[in-house]
Ligand binder design. Structure first.
Ligand code: BEZ
Length: 305
């Protein structure tokens, strides 16, 4: 099937108008209408109900639309992969969510660059959602994030589940419980969540965690980012839940204690394109597992080449 015609068809189906689709595609309307007619003639079926305004797809048109979207997305993925293998072989571009920098990301990248000196490594901070789009468009080769986002073109591998800690002020009464606290101990506290610019986010994960234990904290405040939340905690105006790696952030009067509930963990995922079987990616997984061994971190190997 002619990919250009399919692209035209998807645009008309999405815009529900030949005029708007032609504008979106930067072409004139008559050739666009002709291409859609040719497609209908080729297939021997009507794709749009005649006379409908806005345009309405026939059942056959709906079927074609669903499959055309998938086909075009696969084609974009194949293009990105081919370009990567052909030309960009020596660059690995990583997307990552900011909070991972406080943990092992820098160690992993450093070791990987030592082990793969022929590679140029680039790093771009982006949300987990942005990573999925960037992977499909070939702008990054791997993504590191904390959210469980599914997409048929992307393989998401769980690397490990990082324990959660409570950040609190040195004068906070809960600091006496050095061995840790339960979520039920902090429902009445002022709790700072972060970040506030995207949904879903780590803030959503923390809220879901409370819901899982049927807890309903009343004083939640979502702030822009982790550093701000920890700054407020250091000022003694609340507490904040963070992944263990954030403990490397040290401020005067800021302390961290474990959260003891079993589900109090934050997953760390590595995402790659489904079709990507390159040696660079396999080597990166091996490097991560090596760091886990060196750091004595518990993990399961979920990556199977
Ligand atoms: C980790 O802390 O496990 C991790 C961080 C960034 C990338 C991969 C793993």
């Amino acid at each position: 099937m002619d990919m250009r015609r399919l692209r035209y068809y998807v645009a008309v189906a999405e815009e529900k108008s030949f005029t708007k689709a032609a504008e979106k595609l930067f072409i004139a309307q008559p050739p666009l209408s002709r291409q859609i007619q040719n497609l209908e003639t080729d297939l021997g079926v009507l794709l749009f109900e005649r006379g409908s305004r806005p345009l309405k797809m026939t059942p056959a048109g709906e079927f074609l639309y669903q499959h055309a979207v998938k086909l075009l997305s696969n084609a974009a993925e194949i293009r990105a992969m081919t370009q990567r293998i052909g030309g960009l072989e020596h660059t690995v571009t990583m997307g990552f969510v900011g909070s991972l920098l406080y943990g092992l990301l820098s160690k992993i990248v450093y070791l990987y660059s030592q082990q793969q000196p022929h590679l140029k490594i680039e790093m771009i901070e982006m949300t987990t959602m942005q990573q999925v789009t960037a992977l499909k468009e070939g702008r990054i080769d791997v993504g590191f994030g904390r959210l469980r986002i599914s997409d048929p073109a992307v393989k998401r591998v769980l690397l490990r589940e990082e324990p959660l800690f409570l950040a609190l002020h040195s004068n906070h009464h809960l600091l006496a419980q050095k061995e840790g606290v339960y979520l039920s101990d902090i429902v009445d506290e002022n709790i700072f969540l972060y970040p506030n610019h995207v949904q879903p986010s780590f803030a959503t994960q923390v809220q879901n965690l409370f819901s899982e234990y049927h807890l309903d904290p009343t004083n939640l405040r979502t702030v822009r980012e982790l550093q701000l939340a920890l700054g407020f905690v250091a000022a003694g105006i609340g507490v904040c839940i963070v992944p263990e790696s954030a403990r490397s952030i040290q401020l005067a009067h800021l302390h961290y204690i474990p959260i003891l509930d079993q589900s109090a963990v934050s997953p760390i995922f590595m995402s790659i394109r489904n079709l990507d079987k390159s040696k660079d990616i396999t080597a990166l997984f091996e490097c991560i597992y090596q760091i886990y061994e060196m750091e004595g971190i518990k993990y399961e190997r979920h990556y199977k080449g």
